[in-house]
Write a protein that binds this ligand. Structure first.
Ligand code: IPM
Ligand code: MN
Length: 377
């Protein structure tokens, strides 16, 4: 038990990032009323727009604050047309930079469907999958793979002739993310909806790629230490069908960086869309949480996006602190958020445009905050 309060650093970033982070403050304020709230919040600017105005993605002091925080909440970074001289998105320092500098090797993306959430398919809003069949977590390797910064272009006579990205799979990188996935399956305990079996599915392309063969061998080696968790394998191409047709088969899914990036966006459709997809970037000493949707330029400044992904990210952040610090107060607050979210999703009272509703971002935040205030702590 750690009595000191936790230092949270919020990085609103670009586009819709500041709009959803504002709602996160609202929810934390509601939790803080009349109950233990062992946290303090600092907020720092940064991202693509900041780069455009200041010639740097953020201030060194902001980076230092984020790097020494107990947990970071990132809104979103990036803006079309604002790039670093090397072509990377401006603002990448806040997301890819922190993932690497803080060694946040597991990108944990829960995909759970709550009752009352609709699926938008061909412009129609309907319940397609049922909540009792969608409850899985994708664990994406977060520091290497195709995102390894060993890449570049060969320019000749002012023209790009060749561009190359190196996909590195290391023993250490594969081992620790696979172990994280197995431990997560044990911690979740409830297994896959289909048969309640604890299961870790290794998603790769080991029929073709050497890196994937090594990833799978590493998976097998680590799996031997977890006899209570079932082994399961899928090639990534086949997996994209199975996850849609049989989501109930999955408990925890582990994959390399780029494949995990793609399959987690795909899986978000099952949970109602990117408006619900939250992620935790977790390492041995640090963690950063974020809504996965990004800065969404098309919707920015309109107060229309769904803040639920950010609220689920906050819930993850509080659970992480509870576990890491052995402090039940955080877990209790995370439970309060989850209960409030489950209630407003079930009664449909906070449906934003992506759910066919007309509730605004701030309206949804007000609704969740008022449910938290109204419920017993
Ligand atoms: C994500 C995003 C990032 C990624 C981008 C913004 C760099 O797509 O968090 O999934 O590719 O990891
Ligand atoms: Mn992505």
């Amino acid at each position: 038990m750690n009595d000191a309060s936790a230092r949270l650093v919020f990085l609103p970033g670009d586009g819709t990032g500041p709009e959803v982070v504002r709602e996160a403050h609202k929810v934390l304020d509601a939790l803080a009323e009349g109950d233990a709230h062992p946290w303090s919040i600092e907020e720092y600017p940064g991202g693509a727009k900041y780069y455009q105005e200041h010639g740097k993605e953020w201030e060194p002091e902001s980076e230092a604050a984020a790097m020494s925080a107990d947990a970071v909440l990132l809104g979103a970074v990036g803006w079309p047309g604002i790039n670093l001289p090397n072509g990377d998105i401006a603002g990448a320092a806040l997301v890819l930079g922190l993932r690497r500098k803080l060694d946040l090797y597991a990108n944990v993306r829960p995909c759970r469907l709550y009752p009352g959430v609709l699926h938008r398919i061909s412009g129609e809003f309907r319940p397609v999958w049922s909540p009792d069949k969608v409850d899985l977590v994708i664990v994406r390797e977060n520091t290497e793979g195709l995102y390894t910064p060993v890449h570049g272009r060969l320019e000749r006579g002012g023209e790009t002739e060749v561009a190359v990205d190196t996909r590195l799979i290391t023993r250490k990188g594969a081992e620790r993310v696979v172990r994280y996935a197995f431990e997560l399956s044990q911690r979740r305990g409830r297994g896959a909806p289909e048969d309640k079996a604890r299961r870790v599915t290794c998603v790769d392309k080991s029929n073709v790629l050497a890196g994937c063969q090594f990833f799978r061998e590493t998976y097998d080696r680590v799996a031997a230490a977890f006899p209570d968790v079932a082994r399961d394998y899928a090639y990534v191409d086949a997996f994209t069908q199975w996850i849609i047709r049989n989501p109930e088969h999955y408990d925890v899914v582990v994959s390399s960086n780029m494949m995990g990036d793609i399959i987690s966006d795909l899986a978000s459709v099952l949970q109602g869309g990117m408006g619900f997809a939250a992620g935790g970037n977790i390492g041995d000493g640090h963690a950063m949480f974020e809504p996965v949707h990004g800065s969404s330029p098309k919707h920015a400044g309109k107060n229309v996006v769904n803040p639920m992904a950010t609220f689920f990210a906050l819930e993850m952040l509080l659970r992480y602190l509870g576990q890491r610090r052995g402090d039940a107060r955080f877990v209790r607050q995370a439970d309060r958020i989850e209960r409030a979210l489950a209630q407003v999703l079930a009664d449909g009272s906070a449906r934003t445009y992506d759910q066919g509703g007309t509730v605004t971002t701030s309206g949804a935040g007000d609704r969740v905050a008022s449910v938290i205030r109204g419920a017993a702590a």
